[in-house]
Ligand binder design. Structure first.
Ligand code: ZN
Length: 67
């Protein structure tokens, strides 16, 4: 089982039907991922743009500020 790193949708991949280096697409958010390893199943985002998109949803780490 593989979970989309972008939207956490179950990609429902069968390890026996994919190969390392294969590109899979998430049906939910449309993101493409390369199969890096199968054991464990590891997906690497394929970005056409050479940019990091880290400036949204970055609020999970700062728990110790008493706001
Ligand atoms: Zn997705």
């Amino acid at each position: 089982m593989a979970i989309c790193p972008e939207c956490e949708t179950d990609l429902d991949l069968d390890e026996e039907e994919i190969d390392e280096g294969e590109i899979v697409s998430c049906p939910e958010c449309g993101s493409d991922f390369e199969v890096v390893t199968k054991h464990p199943l590891e997906l690497n985002p394929v970005d056409e743009l050479d940019e990091d998109e880290d400036d949204e949803d970055v609020d999970e780490e700062d728990e110790d500020s008493d706001y």
